[in-house]
Design a protein around this ligand. Structure first.
Ligand code: ADP
Ligand code: ZN
Ligand code: ZN
Length: 756
């Protein structure tokens, strides 16, 4: 609020009663806020409120930082003389709405994370740096009255000006945009020349970047089947208040079609819809389906945008210009004008949780946000997380099931391939290869899933047994033959592929195990007339690579796709009728209690790529444990049955979602420090433990050393969130005090997805 000169005395008095101090959050990893004074000159002119950005002195010398006002106060714990004044006020009104401000404050408390880092995470980078929340402007050119009356012929000595004036006369009504200038090959120099002569004038206009809305005919929606129609109706019935619905629909059951119907209804009420997706890779696909249906601006929000693009998108959403927002994790913090629904697609996906720094879970925050804004949330998945299933079982979420595939597709048949005693050809049983041949002969496609990229996970010396290991982590290096490199998948360091053993100088080095790169090579040899396409993080590094590969898949009848979990996500390959899971045993004996849940989700999602059109699909699970109850259950009864078993087990073992968990991680360069710190912390916490609380550890991380840091964990559990949170508040203060003067870093992970 800017106060102009003609201000009344009464108002001056009101402003002077403004609190003299503010608490400011800075983008630093400290839990404190900082007190500053409001200079009188500023107080006269502005009403400073929470959510405004300020520039303040911070650190040594005359350094400054951008901060966010958290609250104003009438007094401070510090001596007035010690408190520095604010240098500048950057906003005339709060940059975050009250709702988002409260969401961030809540998240900082819930995740026990430094409040400044939380607030700054919620802002686009350019606003963090202090830029103004404004669209970029561009110069448009318009004809003046004099320009109207002048004939272009009279300018024949100035060719470019003549062309410009002609164009300006042609486009008299709407003016000339910079875009039009480029298209018509007109110059700004000509425009300036005409401006001097008074024939044209310029105007600064907001640049609004929107995804092109295609003018072509919109797709006619299919007729919903009974399950889809019922789900749509139920969701629409809950659209005017908070509530969570879990759309639990098998792969290909038409969940996305349900979203589209619900969104259509909300757009008619002029509401905005936020659609969250786990990864950017997915957004273009989702975007296309939305564009084909709706005639409205759709804005994407993901990490692969420039600062400027992000700010423009942010403003369009904030001002309500964009109705549909498709975004990844961080879009949960997008300010909106009239949000009517949040959809979280693939809600089970672990990428909704930030794994470092501010470790929030976007699904959980979205639900919190919807609650405060009194709007519904729709969670969707073919393999819901055990957390969401538990909530559905306890009737906290509405459980909507889609159990049929849409159209005339059927769910694929899952079969086990017993690997025991078989002679394998680079990881494939003869039986599997025969089924692949038959599939290809029918001019259909095969998808081979192996969740390990690179050529091989291990390089070993035949003479002395040396194994190539990372210098910074306790893991083996992965062989990447094509790149001629040894690569650490944990710290990203790499070195040139070795051909002689550094220990005994033997040249007999060999690889153990296989990754997608090797399997691709093997299949190329075995099926010489069939294109083999690899989809993993290495093969899709270039920007348009994934699009190119998927295009190739659609061009050929016969093809083999080899890939990692990237294949599991939402892709639609209509001609894939056989899916081969090379190693179904990966998660069976995982030390993490979520191992089985993850594996079952991955297998089910990959399996779901088979038979998505009219041809029936088959899935082969290669396993050494065909009688393992989990493998049996998954093949015969499916994901839900397995999840129900898993939930019972979690309850018996006092694990999430029945117990709440917080993990405190510490890491240090010196081996013992992290562990010792956590032992001391455990000691300090022991007197504050209530009876229902359990504390496990400290224990060393499975990969103890990662990127040169030794890592230890302390695990705290309780069926009551309240008690646990007071304990963690105490722990975080203790940690901040006790790590001040040493080089131990710590992190608090509330509701962790990984416990090792
Ligand atoms: P999901 O999101 O559950 O995996 P989709 O919404 O992608 O499923 O639907 C799978 C396929 O079935 C898509 O090609 C979609 O266009 C089609 N589809 C969805 N609903 C119907 C319907 N009611 N009738 C015919 N085809 C449908
Ligand atoms: Zn050797
Ligand atoms: Zn490493």
């Amino acid at each position: 609020m800017l106060i102009n000169q003609g201000i009344s005395l009464y108002m001056v008095d009101a402003l002077l009663t403004q609190d003299p101090y503010v608490k400011v959050a800075l983008n630093v990893p400290l839990r404190a806020t900082y007190d500053y004074k409001i200079p009188k000159a500023l107080a006269y002119r502005h009403h400073i409120r929470p959510g405004m950005r300020v520039k303040v002195p911070f650190g040594k010398g005359d350094r400054h930082s951008i901060g966010l006002v958290i609250e104003t106060c009438s007094n401070s714990d510090y001596d007035d003389a010690q408190i520095k004044p604010i240098t500048a006020l950057l906003d005339e009104s709060p940059i975050l709405s009250k709702e988002l401000f409260d969401l961030c404050a809540w998240a900082a408390r819930y995740y026990h994370h430094p409040v400044g880092e939380v607030f700054f995470h919620a802002l686009p980078t350019s606003l963090r740096k202090g830029e103004r929340p404004e669209f970029r402007t561009e110069t448009w050119w318009f004809l003046t009255a004099e320009g109207k009356a002048t004939t272009a012929e009279s300018l024949k000595n100035a060719k470019q000006q003549k062309a410009f004036l002609e164009a300006a006369q042609q486009h008299e009504e709407h003016g000339l945009s910079p875009h039009l200038l480029t298209v018509l090959e007109l110059t700004t120099a000509a425009a300036k020349g005409l401006e001097k002569k008074g024939l044209v004038r310029s105007e600064q206009r907001n640049f609004i970047k929107s995804v092109e809305t295609h003018a072509h005919q919109k797709q006619v929606p299919p007729t919903l089947n009974l399950e889809q129609a019922a789900a749509t109706k139920t969701i629409l019935a809950m659209r005017n208040e908070f509530g969570v619905a879990l759309l639990d629909g098998i792969t290909g059951s038409g969940k996305t079609e349900v979203f589209l119907r619900v969104i259509d209804a909300l757009l008619k009420e002029d509401k905005q819809v936020l659609v969250m997706v786990p990864e950017i890779g997915l957004t273009p696909q989702t975007l296309r389906r939305f564009e084909n249906r709706f005639n409205t601006d759709i804005v994407l929000m993901h990490s692969n945008m420039t600062d400027r693009e992000r700010l423009d998108a942010w403003l369009m959403i904030e001002q309500g210009e964009a109705k549909i927002i498709i975004g990844t994790r961080s879009s949960v913090f997008i300010p909106t004008a009239n949000l009517g629904l949040i959809i979280i697609d693939e809600e089970h996906d672990a990428s909704y949780k930030q794994h470092e720094g501010f470790r929030y879970h976007a699904r959980d925050l979205a639900i919190k946000r919807a609650h405060t804004q009194n709007i519904p949330v729709l969670l969707a998945s073919a393999t819901p997380s055990y957390e969401s299933l538990a909530n559905a079982l306890q009737k906290r979420y509405l459980w909507l099931k889609l159990r049929q595939r849409a159209g005339d597709a059927e769910l694929p048949q899952m079969e086990r391939v017993d690997l025991r005693g078989q002679s394998l050809k680079q990881g494939f049983s003869e039986n599997t290869l025969e089924r692949m041949r038959q599939t290809l002969e029918r001019k259909e496609q095969v998808l081979v899933f192996l969740n390990r990229r690179g050529y091989a996970p291990t390089l070993m010396c035949h003479q002395c047994g040396w194994i190539a290991a990372c210098d910074h982590c306790d893991v083996n290096l992965t062989v990447h033959k094509r790149a001629n490199k040894l690569h650490c998948h944990h710290c990203d360091s790499h070195k040139a592929l070795l051909h002689t053993c550094p220990e005994c100088h033997s040249t007999e080095l060999f690889t153990v195990g296989e990754g997608t790169e090797q399997v691709e090579g093997v299949l190329n040899q075995l099926f010489q007339h069939t294109p083999v396409l690899r989809i993993d993080r290495d093969s899709t590094q270039r920007k348009s690579a994934l699009t190119q590969i998927t295009q190739k898949i659609h061009e050929h009848d016969q093809a083999i796709l080899v890939g990692t979990q990237m294949l599991a996500k939402g892709h639609h390959f209509p001609n894939v009728t056989l899916v081969v899971i090379m190693d179904a045993d990966v998660g069976l004996f995982s030390s993490d209690f979520r191992g089985m849940e993850r594996t079952a989700q991955l297998i089910t999602q990959v399996a779901g790529r088979a038979g998505r059109s009219s041809k029936r699909g088959h899935v082969l699970l290669q396993t050494y444990h065909p009688d393992h109850t989990a493998i049996q259950c998954l093949c015969q009864q499916g994901y839900e049955a397995l999840a129900m078993d898993g939930l019972r087990e979690r309850q018996q073992l006092s694990l999430p979602p029945f117990y709440h968990q917080v993990i405190i991680r510490a890491e240090s360069q010196r081996e013992q420090y992290a562990m010792e710190l956590l032992m001391a912390l455990r000691q300090a916490l022991s007197i504050h433990l209530s009876e229902d609380m359990q504390i496990v550890g400290p224990y060393a991380a499975i990969i103890v050393r990662k990127a040169g840091q030794h890592r230890a964990l302390l695990n705290l559990k309780s069926p009551q969130r309240g008690n646990l949170h007071s304990l963690i508040a105490y722990a975080s203060n203790w940690l901040e005090l006790n790590t001040k003067n040493n080089r131990i870093r710590f992190a608090i992970d509330v509701d962790p997805l990984e416990t090792f």
